[in-house]
Design a protein around this ligand. Structure first.
Ligand SMILES: Nc1ncnc2c1ncn2[C@@H]1O[C@H](COP(=O)(O)OP(=O)(O)OP(=O)(O)O)[C@@H](O)[C@H]1O
Length: 309
């Protein structure tokens, strides 16, 4: 199946001369949840705005459902729901009215049955006729999603859906996103919370300084995270790893004073017991042992650092 969103060599240089996107290419598959992870100013919002046709690219092309976002804007945009970072609701308006209004903007015929379904999905049924000013922050965020879904788009963009939100509301939002995915909606969200990407994404894209550094399935990243290291400090430095230890995945570091053993933490047998008992048969004397785990955070920080170097 062709990707539902295809971004090809997208460059955005703002009027100030600042290059916010540098030849970004990305294919988004129908039905997936893609998290775009990046620090402040990485270009996440610029990327989303360009895909949604709000920001005009300097170079490159975006198609949504096969429609060019510039040449065939209406067809492309009708497939997209966008929840911006800032909540911009009218305090005196009622929930149902603002959602109806959003649907109308897309030229869709009124359909309160569909809107009721959306409100129900977002646990807003009992707030249907409430004024926006009477809602909590979390409810307002859900109204923003209801508005974005009102014209029945196939793709939903969420720009920092949980920025500044407490842990409980964040989990609520994750559940909502999972339910929307189950409904068949393709979801692209931006975040700088690594745990958010870990919790809900099928794929994670890391973006920094206008460049996509990596797009990988979460399972693949988790497999990398599954690697754990055992750091064995030696009392005396050694020049080489004794032959008897050849069967273990070991490397020497810190000028020969440290042996690093890499193993899969999910494996039934990590081999640590055997390694330590084999170690006793060598002249090496053990001083200290530590374990450390590579996390998505390490991978992310490592990538961003590498780019800065
Ligand atoms: N209209 C504009 N004119 C000039 N520069 C801009 C404009 N909009 C954004 N930028 C710059 O482009 C860069 C990327 O901004 P963008 O908002 O896309 O980042 P972001 O990854 O979404 O950041 P955040 O996580 O802080 O929202 C920033 O350096 C920003 O200052």
């Amino acid at each position: 199946m062709p990707p539902i969103v295809s971004v090809d060599s997208l460059t955005k240089t703002y009027g100030s001369g600042f290059e916010a996107l540098k030849s970004v290419s990305l294919a988004i598959e129908e039905g997936e949840i893609l998290a775009l992870l990046g620090p402040n100013g990485a270009g996440k919002t610029t990327l989303i705005s360009t895909i949604c046709g709000i920001t005009v690219p300097t170079k490159g092309r975006v198609t949504v459902g096969g429609h060019d976002i510039l040449e065939d804007y209406r067809a492309a945009r009708s497939l997209i729901g966008l929840v911006p970072q800032e909540i911009n609701l009218e305090p005196f308006e009622r929930v149902i009215d603002t959602v109806r209004f959003s649907r109308g903007l897309f030229g869709k015929a009124p359909n309160d049955v569909e809107l009721d379904r959306i409100l129900d999905k977002l646990s807003l049924t009992d707030k249907k006729t409430s004024k926006i000013m009477e809602l909590s922050g979390g409810m307002k965020r859900r109204v923003m999603i209801a508005k974005a879904l009102s014209h029945e788009p196939r793709i939903l963009f969420l720009d920092e859906p949980t920025a500044g939100v407490d842990v409980e509301l964040r989990r609520d939002m994750w559940e909502t996103v999972a339910e929307l995915k189950a409904d068949g909606v393709t979801i692209i969200l931006t975040t700088h919370y690594i745990e958010e990407a870990e919790a809900i994404a099928d794929r994670v894209g890391v973006i920094n300084k206008g460049e996509i550094l990596l797009v990988e399935s979460k399972a693949e990243l988790m497999a990398q995270m599954g690697q754990k290291e055992l750091k064995i400090s030696l009392a005396e430095p050694t020049e080489a790893i004794p032959y008897i230890l050849a069967e273990f995945d070991l490397r020497l570091s810190d000028g020969g004073t440290c042996l690093i053993y890499t193993y899969d933490r999910r494996a039934e047998r990590t081999g640590i017991t055997k390694l330590l008992s084999t170690l006793q048969q060598t002249p090496l004397e053990l001083d200290d042992i530590q374990t450390q785990q590579s996390s998505l955070e390490d991978i992310f920080v490592g990538l961003v650092k590498e780019q800065q170097a």
